[in-house]
Design a protein around this ligand. Structure first.
Ligand SMILES: NC(=O)c1ccc[n+]([C@@H]2O[C@H](COP(=O)([O-])OP(=O)(O)OC[C@H]3O[C@@H](n4cnc5c(N)ncnc54)[C@H](O)[C@@H]3O)[C@@H](O)[C@H]2O)c1
Length: 311
């Protein structure tokens, strides 16, 4: 597929996930403006410092130049797409009400501004925490395996609830304006610097990782997921699980005595039903929809890299 180069406003690009997604999108040839309250240490991407919980700042962030120039050589242009990552990424970083305000108002302002400015593609960072297990009060089961986008979302916490509110607002605006809004339910994001440490924990203590649904999102593949969404038009409002292909431990691997992903899940979640049979190493959160509808292909599978880097 030949890739269309686009002008993209990326919110929250100075953060853990955004900085890697941006560098991957640059590899794909896109021009990017980062909108964040803190700067990004990327010499090729200008950061407009803006607080998107303020509607006027959000609106202006989506309707300005892409860099500082004297004079401005390029005319103002409407961006082709907005990728919205800015927000508070988990509970307990701020009081619940402040997290909820920032995440819901920030996303509302970006969605509304983008639609009213005529931007036709919006990609939003939602979360697999919406399935209600990650930040539950106590031990809760997933409704079924593999967890697809139809799985009930029953969170108890303010963070996941703020993401569900964002998805609902997105659905309304997509209907009203006839634009594409793709909500990505992202798993635990693993940046390159944390890869070894995280996969050591995932593989050495597999039973611990129910809150992550034994699934992960490679930070650079998240950029590839954004690229897949940018290149696919006309789907209207959609929700996609945005995770990598495989389960985060050796359940389906070569380790003697271990079974496949399904057998592992039956051992750790004996009461949870299966709605279809799973691939031997398939991630419990299914990315099938993203692969089928957006054509996403993972570039950074964990297994070979983990083994290779251990040698
Ligand atoms: N990290 C994960 O494992 C994970 C998993 C699922 C979903 N997500 C979602 O992905 C997105 C990015 O997560 P992250 O881990 O990179 O978080 P992060 O905290 O590292 O980055 C978020 C960025 O948003 C910026 N920001 C916060 N409030 C802002 C505001 N009012 N105006 C402008 N910028 C603001 C911050 O300065 C920061 O640079 C978030 O929406 C998060 O909920 C993250």
């Amino acid at each position: 597929m030949s890739s269309r180069k686009q002008k993209i406003v990326f919110t929250g690009g100075s953060g853990l996930a955004g900085r890697h997604a941006i560098s991957k999108l640059q590899e794909h040839g896109h021009k990017i403006l980062n909108v964040d309250v803190t700067p990004l240490d990327n010499p090729d991407v200008y950061t407009l410092k803006a607080d998107i919980t303020d509607g006027a700042q959000a609106f202006n962030s989506l309707s300005c130049h892409f860099s500082k120039q004297e004079p401005f050589h390029e005319p103002l242009q409407t961006p082709d797409a907005v990728i919205h990552f800015a927000g508070i990424p988990q509970p307990m970083l701020l009081p619940d009400n402040e997290l909820f305000r920032i995440n819901t108002m920030g996303s509302y302002n970006i969605i509304e501004s983008a639609c009213k400015l005529g931007i036709k593609k919006i990609i939003l960072a939602s979360s697999i925490t919406t399935y209600g297990v990650s930040y539950a009060e106590g031990d809760v089961d997933y409704a079924y395996f593999p967890v697809d986008e139809d799985c009930p979302c029953t969170p108890m916490d303010s963070y996941a609830t703020s993401k569900l509110c964002m998805e609902r607002v997105a659905q309304s605006f997509a209907l009203r304006y006839g634009v594409d809004i793709y909500c990505y339910r992202i798993g635990a994001v693993i940046p390159p610097a944390a890869f070894q440490e995280k996969f050591r924990a995932y593989t050495e203590e597999p039973a611990r990782w129910k809150p992550h649904a034994w699934s992960y999102t490679d930070a650079l593949d998240l950029g590839n997921m954004c690229e897949a969404g940018l290149q696919k038009d006309g789907l209207g409002f959609q929700v996609f699980n945005a995770v990598n292909d495989e389960i985060t431990n050796d359940a389906g691997g070569e380790v003697a005595g271990q079974g496949d992903a399904e057998a592992f899940l039956k051992s750790v979640c004996p009461g949870t039903k299966f709605v279809r049979s799973m691939g031997k190493r398939e991630a419990p959160v299914s990315n099938r929809k993203m692969k089928e509808m957006l054509g996403f292909k993972e570039q950074y599978p964990w297994r070979e890299r983990y083994r290779k880097e251990l040698i």
